[in-house]
Design a binder for this molecule. Structure first.
Ligand code: ADP
Ligand code: MG
Length: 332
């Protein structure tokens, strides 16, 4: 790609640009190759909330984990503010990656059982280079405050906290690095329904207060609808539809997106009763043996012979891209 191409990206405030990212695993028992993330493109602008959705096992966490360096990619680019992280030296890479922090699904597993809330946040600050004891103390208080935790819980251990409080501690730890991008991997799905909205609101507040960009990962299309400005829909290692929230929810143009949306009940019981439902049957096929051609064809209500050929991405709107032979032609 040309210099101008990259210049344009920087000018348009793209903070994170994932290009043709591939992350493969080897299956331990069979030695087969699991193509968990298989050529993914994804872009985030500064301050933007981006949704990444798809059924469990389709590769969402693998993308996130590859971005922060927990999984080594096979190939591709991870460009943070114009710097291709993977081309940097190890120390530079780690420095750039501090700008990108991860919130895990299970806050209990992410916290050490032997550290109090205070110790845990203090440690995160020390890891990020803070040495001054006084500065650390005031910063821990500030971080507790910014995630809505009372100071009195700072001597508690994770087992003494509620799920929501634990996740807030994890968020405070992530914020200790002053990140510009937060990857939130199903951050509320292990929590009570009543707590979920509070955690989501906390993310929105942090975005507004700190100007961060958020990647919201969820298996549930409807849960990111309110917050996300743009949405990527993933199936078996590939992005099958992406666009603005309006494109994806008002004009879903991949049969997979349509099927996922049709599984979401309508709030109006009359509409709900009369609605045609396309239930996705069966499980996601193994990413070790994805179907040839279009990977969704074995479960697709609209599959035809041509779907045995690999589809190309079609652009059907300004930012609306669809991986389907019939992109935009199939309507429910
Ligand atoms: P999601 O987050 O969408 O549920 P994941 O990214 O966790 O999906 O997993 C995608 C696929 O990769 C799954 O089939 C999963 O079993 C496989 N996978 C993930 N991590 C590993 C690993 N470390 N070793 C082997 N297979 C893995
Ligand atoms: Mg996951």
């Amino acid at each position: 790609r040309s210099f101008n191409f990259f210049l344009e990206k920087i000018m348009s405030n793209i903070i994170l640009d994932i290009v043709d990212l591939k992350t493969y695993f080897e299956d331990e028992s069979t030695g087969g190759i699991i193509k968990a993330c298989d050529g993914v493109d994804l872009q985030m602008s500064e301050g933007e909330i981006v949704g990444l959705v798809g059924e469990s096992g389709c590769g969402k966490s693998t993308i996130g984990r590859t971005i922060i360096g927990l999984e080594p990619p096979e190939s591709g680019k991870i460009i943070y503010k114009g710097t291709d992280i993977l081309m940097e030296s190890r120390s530079n890479r780690n420095k750039v990656r501090r700008n990108i922090q991860y919130i895990f699904q299970d806050p209990y597993a992410a916290l050490s059982p032997r550290q109090t809330v205070w110790m845990s946040i203090e440690e995160a600050l020390i890891i990020n280079g803070e040495k001054n004891k006084k500065a650390i103390n005031s910063r821990v208080k500030e971080l507790l405050n910014s995630v809505g935790l009372d100071h009195y819980i700072s001597d508690s251990y994770p087992r003494e906290l509620s799920g929501g409080q634990r996740q807030r501690v994890c968020i405070a730890r992530a914020l200790a690095a002053n990140p510009k991008v937060l990857i939130c991997d199903e951050p509320a799905s292990s929590l009570d329904v009543s707590i979920r909205a509070q955690i989501m609101n906390l993310f929105l507040k942090l975005r507004d207060d700190l100007g961060m960009s958020l990647l919201l990962i969820s298996h549930d299309l409807s849960s990111v609808r309110q917050a996300a400005k743009s949405v990527y829909v993933m199936y078996l290692g590939k992005i099958v539809e992406s666009g603005s929230s309006e494109d994806v929810y008002e004009n879903p143009s991949n049969p997979y997106t349509q099927s996922l949306l049709s599984a979401v009940p309508d709030k109006d019981p009359r509409i709900e009763r009369s609605r045609e439902r396309i239930i996705l049957s069966g499980d996601v096929p193994s990413p070790m043996y994805p179907p040839s051609g279009c990977r969704f064809r074995t479960r697709c209500f609209a599959a035809k012979e041509i779907c045995e050929e690999v589809p190309q991405i079609k652009q059907i709107g300004e930012h609306h891209n669809v991986l389907c032979h019939f992109a935009g032609e199939i309507r429910l």
